[in-house]
Design a protein around this ligand. Structure first.
Ligand code: 2NE
Length: 270
């Protein structure tokens, strides 16, 4: 695939090709750990994908074969968060998590090597995960003085069950690709050399499907886990769809034309 760069960044690579966007964390020297700048760039790229009507599927990955992402860069972890060039400690990866979960387009994690700590949570929050046979998964928080008691714990329990999620967090072990597949943490395991080809195949199959159907399904899956915040997003999608109907337009047109709306011609379906 002839990926084309969308915009130049320091810590990530952002490319597009025929409806697919590929966002690559590009810090292989630290196993693709993220610092505040990395997260800012990822957030911007995801927001660009959200607004870009050509993009139907986003692939999130890490540069090289050794890691998808090893979580927060421990070298810039200060008091109260990860410290960027502005000197302010932040946990802005939580904002990134929200965008991955709420962008109304499927996000596929393409995982080679380690998906560890906060990097494991990123793959977890992607809609789908395709793993190379060298992938390794795990949380490290309680070992390195950190934890993600948000989606990193609770959504993990939804995906793999409570017993397994507690094991993953309490023991901080690593799990290979086959173990991850067995516990429902990834969708497919392929030889490393076929990872991108397989991921693109999944992306292309998704691109053939109805964007609004996919959008509502993603919103429904989120509404199931995210309470009123999830319902808000689902309801926003319903409103978007309603605005596209003649019935929705009649209300707006009547207001602008200073007349009573005539909804009589619209059916009251069973
Ligand atoms: C990822 C892992 C298992 C890889 O092991 P290995 O043996 O393949 O590589 P090595 O030698 O450990 O790492 C290569 C270089 O990358 C750096 C290392 O320090 C090393 O640097 P040099 O010695 O060559 O200079 N590196 C790797 N991960 C890094 C990191 N996260 N920050 C800074 N430098 C890193 C192994 O490296 C590992 O276990 N890494 C640490 C994983 C980890 O604990 N991540 C943080 C979890 S907490 C978190 O992410 C978080 C959260 O809990 C809540 C909110 C937000 C974030």
């Amino acid at each position: 695939v002839a990926w084309q760069q969308v915009k130049e960044y320091t810590d990530i690579i952002f490319e597009k090709y025929e409806g697919m966007a590929k966002i690559t964390i590009n810090r292989p020297e630290v196993r693709n750990a993220f610092r505040p700048q990395t997260v800012d760039e990822l957030i911007e790229a995801f927001n660009l994908c959200r607004d870009d009507q050509e993009v139907g599927v986003i692939i999130l990955t890490g540069q090289g074969e050794l890691a998808f992402c090893s979580g927060g860069d421990q070298r810039v972890r200060g008091e109260g968060g990860y410290v960027g060039t502005d000197g302010v400690p932040r946990l802005n990866v939580l904002e990134l998590q929200k965008i991955i979960k709420y962008i109304p387009k499927p996000v596929i994690a393409m995982v080679a090597g380690y998906a560890i700590g906060g990097g494991h949570v990123l793959h977890l929050l992607c809609d789908l995960s395709i793993a190379a046979d060298n992938a390794r998964f795990g949380q490290t928080g309680p070992r390195v003085g950190s934890f993600d008691a948000g989606w990193g714990a609770t959504y993990l329990a939804r995906v793999v069950g409570h017993k397994k999620a507690r094991e993953i967090w309490y023991l901080c072990r690593q799990y290979d690709a086959q173990e991850a597949l067995d516990m429902g943490l990834v969708n497919k395991v392929v030889p490393l050399a076929q990872l991108e080809e397989e991921t693109i195949q999944w992306a292309q199959e998704i691109l053939e499907k109805s964007p609004i159907a996919l959008r509502f399904l993603k919103a429904a899956f989120n509404a199931d886990t995210d309470g009123l915040a999830g319902i808000q997003a689902l309801a926003g999608d319903a409103t978007m769809l309603y605005y596209m109907t003649e019935e929705g337009k009649e209300g707006k047109n009547a207001f602008l034309e200073k007349r009573k709306p005539d909804f009589s011609k619209f059916p009251r379906l069973p």
